[in-house]
Write a protein that binds this ligand. Structure first.
Ligand SMILES: [Zn+2]
Length: 332
């Protein structure tokens, strides 16, 4: 058993309470590579922002869970080396699919876990979430649960269609499970293809898809039922069109990739939404930089040559999100 406290990590409790009061959201960036981790920490330190580094099932499979945990420990030390005296870094399990996975993460140094029982019937979701909460809270680890279904594909999480969270269920769910935060479904979606062309309208000038707006009425109704309770938005990449255009210009093929407009996320961050998950945007920034680099330097073969601009592009994207979308800068 390794406690996250020994690794210098923190749980989400105080962080979320402050964010809800302050009308901003904490960035939750997924990572699986060293370059992503470095970019996340550089961005968080430069902007003086708390940050959640999260690990999906796919990331655990790709990088190995032990390595990821040591990377998070390294991230804390790296932040200090970069001049941040008291970094606030959470190591969070994204979409935990069973009690066993959550337990093994808690035992190996995660400070926060998500148990995703959203595909289960309501009562079973409560039962599973409560089981995880009981174990996690013994170790001062915070738990995110999910109610409602998000559409889209992310690693091994996928659903064909979304079902908005039912506001009338949230009080019973939060009370019976004791979860610390709640991921809800209000129209965000996993992946770089969040919406089909049929769900969108098309901008007559650019020909780009314009996605349907988020269901702010559902968010409002949930906030009314659970005042001040930390709400989480998954699937909140914006799929920056400059990245998509660069990828397509240099040999890629991502037609009609579309995300959540940043002004909608900004609006959500000002409410009880206090954690916003961003994964695809980092993948897109990295891929765009690498494709461009290879097109301009066909003779390069040293990974450092193309991963340096890729890391820089991710860092810029993270800083942009922190300062212009979530508002978590200067909140340490
Ligand atoms: Zn998710």
């Amino acid at each position: 058993m390794v406690s996250y406290k020994k690794l210098g990590l923190v749980n989400t409790k105080k962080m979320f309470a402050k964010a809800v009061k302050g009308g901003y959201a904490i960035p939750a960036f997924n990572f699986n590579t060293m370059e992503q981790m470095q970019a996340i920490i550089q961005a968080a330190v430069e902007t003086k922002s708390p940050v959640i580094m999260q690990v999906s099932k796919g990331a655990r499979k790709y990088a190995n869970p032990t390595i990821l945990r040591y990377m998070a420990e390294g991230a804390v030390q790296y932040a200090k080396e970069l001049g941040c005296k008291k970094p606030q870094i959470v190591l969070h399990l994204d979409h935990g699919d069973s009690y066993e996975t959550c337990k093994s993460c808690i035992d190996s140094g995660f400070s926060s876990v998500m148990i995703d029982g959203s595909s289960l019937p309501f009562k079973e979701n409560i039962k599973l979430t409560k089981k995880v909460v009981n174990y996690a809270h013994k170790h001062d680890v915070t738990v995110e649960a999910e109610l409602g279904v998000l559409a889209g594909v992310e690693d091994e999480v996928s659903a064909a269609e979304s079902h908005y969270t039912k506001p009338e269920e949230v009080v019973e769910f939060a009370t019976k499970t004791g979860c610390d935060s709640l991921a809800i479904s209000i129209g965000t979606s996993h992946g770089a293809y969040k919406f089909t062309a049929a769900q969108c309208t098309r901008d007559p000038k650019t020909g780009k898809l314009v996605p349907p707006p988020l269901a702010f009425d559902v968010l409002k109704a949930i906030e009314k039922k659970l005042p001040g309770f930390p709400i989480v938005l998954h699937g909140s990449s914006s799929v920056p069109q400059d990245c998509v255009d660069t990828i397509n210009k240099f040999g890629g093929k991502l037609p009609d990739a579309v995300g959540i407009p940043e002004e909608q996320l900004r609006k959500a961050a000002k409410s009880a939404v206090c954690k916003i998950n961003i994964d695809s945007d980092s993948r897109l920034a990295m891929t765009a930089a690498i494709r461009k680099h290879f097109a301009e330097h066909p003779d390069h073969f040293d990974p450092r040559q193309y991963l340096t601009p890729a890391r820089e592009a991710m860092k810029e994207m993270y800083i942009h999100k922190i300062v212009k979308v979530l508002g978590s800068n200067n909140k340490l």
